[in-house]
Design a binder for this molecule. Structure first.
Ligand SMILES: [Zn+2]
Length: 257
């Protein structure tokens, strides 16, 4: 079930049997020479739809914009500030919470969103605990990065090893190829650029610096990945694995005390 395609009567009826909603979080940013700019919203949106179909759940509108200031030197990238992104998350939750929604399952597609969505969740919990009228004890917020689902994580390692890299990864590109088969492989790419374990550690959660420096360092937008390994068949398998992992995780979330 999709909130944007529903009537308010249907949402009211849904609230009669579930207080949970899945919210895809994305980013509008360059994804290397062959990747679509919408990759980070296309992936969690499709996975969320699969989870909703399998677990009789509701998918809310994706928050397509994410926090990616480090990619602003690449044409087409649109970043929110972290504070804007946090405010969007908080307004989204507050709006639906007053109508009775209690469980928010954020399915994230972008590393730079991890810290701000977690901070927004902390703020929401804190705000509610100051209000004795609020049903603070019933509010549950879960954040999941689709690429960290256990089966997906294993497949990414098996399929691409270290060439999965950090950004414009073959796994995310493969999923977009499965969903949009008209996507070309893009231009021939130079050999991918290996990044060190230290770099991965220091830049976890897309903790990159200035946009100009980022583009100088990674001129075609890939960060340690080889997206030329991506293919639609891998994408179908990764998508199916993410949906299966997501359904069990979402079901566990529903009964989390
Ligand atoms: Zn991405």
């Amino acid at each position: 079930m999709d909130l944007l395609l529903s009537t308010w009567k249907e949402i009211e009826a849904y609230l009669g049997h579930s207080k949970a909603i899945i919210v895809p979080l994305g980013s509008v940013e360059q994804h290397g020479p062959s990747g679509r700019i919408g990759t980070d919203v296309i992936c969690p949106q499709a996975i969320a739809e699969g989870i909703a179909a399998g677990a009789d759940a509701l998918v809310g509108p994706a928050i397509a914009f994410g926090v990616c200031p480090f990619n602003l030197a690449f044409p087409g990238t649109i970043s929110t500030r972290a504070a804007t992104f946090m405010a969007l998350i908080e307004d989204y939750v507050r709006s639906l919470a007053r109508q009775g929604f209690e469980r928010f399952y954020f399915l994230n597609g972008h590393g730079g969103n991890i810290a701000p969505v977690q901070a927004a969740c902390q703020d929401l919990h804190a705000a509610r605990s100051f209000n004795p009228q609020a049903k603070a004890d019933r509010m549950r917020l879960r954040v999941r990065n689709w690429w960290e689902y256990p089966t997906v994580s294993r497949m990414r390692r098996e399929l691409y090893g270290e060439w999965e890299g950090m950004h414009a990864t073959p796994s995310e590109i493969a999923i977009t190829q499965a969903l949009h088969p008209d996507q070309t492989q893009g231009p021939r790419m130079s050999p991918p650029q290996r990044v060190s374990k230290e770099f991965l550690h220091a830049h976890a959660g897309d903790n990159h610096g200035s946009a100009e420096e980022h583009r100088r360092r990674f001129p075609d937008g890939r960060v340690g990945s080889d997206p030329s390994l991506a293919n639609p068949e891998d994408g179908r398998r990764l998508l199916a694995a993410a949906v299966a992992d997501g359904i069990s995780d979402y079901r566990a979330f529903l009964v989390e005390p």
